[in-house]
Design a protein around this ligand. Structure first.
Ligand code: 13P
Ligand code: SF4
Length: 302
C-alpha cells in the first residue's frame, strides 16, 4: 500500500480530518479534506463536529488556533519544527509593554502570532479581513502587529493611525519580492495580471493589480477573464491555482518564494502524525480562553 492509501485508511479508522494551508506541498494539498487560507481554516476547525482528530498541515499558529477554537478535538501538527518566524517576532511580554505605553488603544493582532500573544489582544485579524476588523473599532488609533507591511496596508485603507508592534515585524518569504521583480514581469509578460499578498513590502503592493490573502487570490483568478497571472506569494499557491483553472497560466513572481516551515509537512510526516497521534497541540486553559475570545470576536464580526 502506498503512503496516500495508508493515510486515507488511517483517516477513516481514526475519524480524522486533514486540514491543509494553501502553501502545503502539492501532494499534501491533493489529499487534504479541506484546503484554505488562515481564516477559512479557522472557521473549518471551529465548526468541525464529526471528526475526533484534526491533523493540521500548516505552521504552529494555525494549528494552535484550531485547538483554541475546538478544544474538544485532538489537534495534531505533523512537524513540530513548522514554526512561522513572523509569529515569533511578537511575544506576549512585548504586547504587555506596548499596552502599558498606550493604555487606551485597542490591540489588533494578525493570526500569525502565538496563543500567548493573542491572549493579550482585543481582536485578531487575518490578511483577508484586517481592514474590516480595524474599521469595526471605534478608536482612530490602534496597535497592530506583528506584520509591518499589513499594518501599512491597513493604515492606508482605513485612514486610521496604525501603530506597528514591533516596529518592523515581517515575513521572511514575502519581503524578498521587490518592485524590480514586478517591473521585470511587466516587461516580460505585459498581458499578465499581477497578484500579491499583503505581507509584501508597500512598493510591491502598490505596483500590483490585486492584493489579497491566498484564498482571495484564488477567487480573483477564478472570477477574472485574464488568462495569465503572476503570483506574488509563497510558491505552494501555484498548484491550487493551476488545478482550479486548468486553462489559465500562473507564473511565480519569484521561484525562490518558499516558506521552509510550511514545506516541512511531507506525506511521510502526515502518516506518522496520524499513526502515532503526534504532535498534540496543548494550550494552557487560561491562555486559550483569552485567545479564543479574540479569535471569536473576529470570526463573529463578518
Ligand atoms: P493567508 O491567510 O493569506 O493564507 O496567509 C497566511 C500566511 O501565512 C501568509 O504568509
Ligand atoms: Fe509565516 Fe511567512 Fe511562512 Fe506565512 S509564508 S507561514 S507568514 S513565514
Amino acid at each position: 500500500m502506498n503512503l496516500v492509501n495508508k493515510i486515507q485508511g488511517l483517516k477513516k479508522e481514526k475519524k480524522a480530518l486533514l486540514l491543509a494551508h494553501n502553501y502545503q506541498r502539492p501532494e499534501v494539498q491533493d489529499i487534504a479534506d479541506y484546503l484554505g487560507d488562515s481564516i477559512e481554516l479557522c472557521r473549518k476547525a471551529m465548526d468541525e463536529k464529526d471528526a475526533d482528530i484534526i491533523v493540521f498541515s500548516a505552521v504552529d499558529f494555525m494549528a494552535e488556533s484550531a485547538a483554541i477554537l475546538n478544544p474538544d478535538k485532538k489537534v495534531l501538527i505533523p512537524s513540530l519544527g513548522a514554526r512561522c518566524p513572523m509569529a515569533q517576532m511578537l511575544t506576549a511580554e512585548q504586547v504587555r509593554i506596548w499596552k502599558k505605553k498606550y493604555p487606551e488603544t485597542p490591540v489588533v493582532l494578525y493570526v500569525n502570532t502565538l496563543a500567548e500573544a493573542k491572549a493579550e489582544c482585543d481582536i485578531c485579524c487575518t490578511s483577508a479581513n484586517a481592514v474590516k476588523v480595524v474599521n469595526s473599532l471605534d478608536e482612530d488609533t490602534v496597535l497592530f502587529g506583528p506584520d509591518y507591511n499589513l499594518a501599512w496596508r491597513v493604515q492606508r485603507k482605513t485612514g486610521k493611525n496604525v501603530i506597528p508592534i514591533p516596529s518592523k515585524g515581517f515575513c521572511p518569504t514575502h519581503i524578498l519580492f521587490t518592485k524590480g521583480d514586478i517591473q521585470l514581469m511587466r516587461d516580460q509578460r505585459p498581458d499578465a495580471v499581477i497578484m500579491v499578498h499583503p505581507e509584501c513590502i508597500p512598493e510591491v503592493q502598490l505596483s500590483a493589480d490585486f492584493v489579497g490573502s491566498t484564498s482571495q487570490m484564488c477567487r480573483y483568478a477564478r472570477g477574472t477573464s485574464a488568462t495569465k497571472y503572476v503570483v506574488g506569494t509563497e510558491i505552494g499557491l501555484i498548484h491550487r491555482l493551476t488545478k482550479e483553472n486548468p486553462k489559465k497560466t500562473f507564473i511565480p513572481l519569484s521561484d525562490g518564494a518558499i516558506c521552509p516551515n510550511m514545506k516541512m509537512n511531507t506525506l511521510e510526516r502526515i502518516f506518522l502524525s496520524l499513526k502515532e497521534e503526534k504532535h498534540v497541540i496543548t494550550i494552557p486553559k487560561s491562555i486559550a480562553k483569552k485567545a479564543r475570545k479574540a479569535l471569536e470576536k473576529m470570526l463573529f464580526l463578518l
